[in-house]
Design a binder for this molecule. Structure first.
Ligand code: ADP
Ligand code: MG
Length: 573
């Protein structure tokens, strides 16, 4: 008996959907891209329950007539290309003709209302389980409105992997933000219930959307750039060395109006920032490449996120040069960088306020010095019974104690000290520290969702903030980490970190995790040279900890090499 059989249409659609429709945001992306391809001037996006139970996209584009509408939901049905030759010159966002079929196959029902400019009446179509359940003539405005009910109701494996409604909303907001940057000539409105998550007006440049996304301060530090070569041109804006993120989530790359992840462009960008920004940090940038359609293959990946470019080398080397020039002219990186190493400086033991003065008064070399009294007149009893020899590799404090040679990991030690302090403050309900002056921070649309939905947790750990109009939030209190959090950038940074690592979700009730993150955020890092006074202070504070041997993440803080081990090392035993 033959083992090979042809799959039925529904199964084929579900397989295709598996590649294209990963989560509610993918549906939103496909439908809004269809609206853009239909020349809409305005697109309304309404979702419920993070898009899981309801997504409705309404546009004022060209609409479909009754005949096209029934075809639109068939697999490989598209108005955008005619044959394989057209694949060489794709000018639309869609072309595979599978989004609508895929969406219909993985949702309980899809409803469409649509009307073209020329026809007198509109058409209504309802799909159920991927099949046409109803069509009729209706009255409706020119354009198209598509509603998707209960996504993945028949694909439990996918449904299980969806996140909470707020997290899915963040994905959706990110998609709309991305589309709105590059399609600035279209007005977008994204809302859920009564909440507007994103709104943009028709504009003749992307400046309005960038302002909303980055905030005024960051945007002012950004430099515009232009570049071109054979058959291609680039326009973009790149952030200065002060506006950094811990992940590349604020790098937007577009090729012919399509948001993509291009290794070529991302690498050229990263190379231009090398040596200007600290390792592990990412800049903010928007890069839009316009390239003759025959020089790019967008059909590499079903979700079209991946592309293949011709002339890659030329594009990346010119882009690299232009970004480097833009940074040099605009942001004066030579000045910008010390500001970020200043941040490292601030991350030292500044929490007591007194430390700054000790550090300033203690400029002697750090290797290897016998420890005298660090400060004249300071009480002696509290000093640890360790004699500091010095610091090695800008990371380990080397000391001698009663048991032998002691090595202390400065970052792990600082983290432990800070973690215990924060925990005590938290338990005694005194972690909240009012700022001398409230600071104003500008949040991106997705950050606004997070700060609102996580308000309770953030307040519990000491934050106090309120919306200030537009993208701005005013922050009046922060967790008591000391001086470090007094600037708007520092406050924003720590919030980003909490958001990024998902430590402050409604589901995360584990305050320990948050305190660990805060402890790590504020502590001395590896790579910082310490003075004897600083080392002394660190060991003394460590001595006061309940659990000085491991950092909050469970790594060892100190290692003792005793006489036995030394003798073994030197083969005396
Ligand atoms: P593709 O976009 O790859 O062509 P889709 O499955 O997304 O495939 O859409 C199928 C067809 O339905 C499109 O080619 C287009 O002709 C039509 N269509 C879909 N959405 C809209 C819309 N919002 N306005 C007008 N036509 C649309
Ligand atoms: Mg499409």
């Amino acid at each position: 008996m033959a083992k090979i059989r042809l799959l039925d249409e529904d199964t084929i659609n579900k397989i295709a959907a598996g590649e294209v429709i990963e989560r509610p945001a993918s549906v939103v992306k496909e439908l809004v891209e269809n609206s853009i391809d239909a020349n809409a001037g305005r697109v309304l996006i309404e979702v419920k329950d993070g898009g899981k139970s309801f997504i409705k996209i309404t546009d004022d584009g060209c609409g479909m007539d009754a005949e096209d509408l029934t075809l639109a939901f068939q697999k490989h049905a598209t108005s955008k290309i005619r044959d394989a030759g057209d694949l060489e010159k794709i000018a639309t966002l869609g072309f595979r003709g599978e989004a609508l079929a895929s969406i219909a196959s993985v949702s309980r029902s899809v409803e469409v209302r649509t009307k073209t400019r020329d026809s007198l009446s509109g058409t209504y179509l309802r799909m159920e389980n991927g099949k046409i359940a109803e069509t009729k003539e209706i009255g409706c405005p020119v354009g198209t409105s598509i509603t998707v009910w209960d996504l993945f109701y028949n694909v439990p494996a996918r449904r299980k992997h969806l996140k909470g409604a707020e997290a899915e909303l963040v994905h959706i907001t990110d998609i709309i933000t991305e589309l709105a940057i590059i399609h600035f000539d279209i007005a977008f409105d994204l809302f859920t219930g009564k909440r507007t998550l994103f709104k943009s007006a028709k504009s003749d440049s992307w400046d309005d959307v960038l302002l909303r996304l980055f905030g005024l301060k960051t945007l002012q530090g950004m430099a515009a750039l232009q570049a071109e070569g054979r058959g291609w041109s680039i326009s973009g804006v790149v952030g200065d060395a002060l506006s950094l993120r811990s992940s590349p989530d604020r790098i937007f790359i577009f090729v012919n109006g399509r948001a993509v992840s291009s290794k070529t462009i991302a690498t050229a960008l990263r190379d231009a920032y090398r040596n200007i920004i600290p390792l592990g940090k990412s800049p903010m940038a928007v890069i839009s490449l316009e390239i003759s359609p025959e020089l790019v293959d967008v059909n590499v990946h079903p979700a079209k996120r991946e592309i293949r470019l011709l002339h890659e080398d030329e594009i990346s080397s010119v882009l690299f040069q232009r970004v480097a020039e833009a940074l040099a002219n605009h942001a004066k990186p030579a000045q910008a960088f010390p500001a970020s190493s200043g941040e490292l400086g601030e991350q030292s033991l500044a929490d007591q306020g007194t430390f700054g003065t000790i550090a300033q008064s203690c400029e002697q070399s750090t290797l290897p010095i016998e420890m005298g009294p660090a400060e004249p007149g300071q009480a002696n009893e509290e000093r640890p019974k360790l004699k500091i020899l010095g610091q090695i590799l800008k990371l380990y404090i080397v000391a001698v104690g009663e048991q032998g040679l002691v090595l202390v990991d400065q970052h792990a030690a600082a983290e432990r000290i800070r973690f215990e302090r924060l925990t005590k403050l938290y338990r005694s309900r005194s972690i909240r520290q009012e700022l001398a002056e409230p600071v104003a921070i500008e949040l991106s649309p997705s950050e606004q969702i997070m700060i609102t939905s996580w308000q309770e947790t953030l307040e519990d750990i000491g934050f106090e903030f309120s919306p200030f109009g537009g993208n701005t939030y005013s922050v009046r209190a922060v967790p008591a980490l000391g001086r470090r959090l007094e600037s708007a950038e520092a406050v924003h940074d720590i919030l980003r970190d909490l958001f990024l690592r998902g430590k402050v979700g409604p589901d995360s009730t584990n305050r320990d995790d948050i305190l660990k993150l805060l402890a790590c955020r504020g502590s001395i890092k590896s790579g910082k040279e310490l003075t004897v006074a600083e080392m002394n202070r660190l060991l003394q504070d460590l001595g006061e900890c309940d659990n000085p041997l491991t950092c909050p993440h469970g790594r060892p803080v100190m290692v003792v090499i005793d006489q036995n081990q030394l003798e073994r090392l030197f083969a005396r035993r």
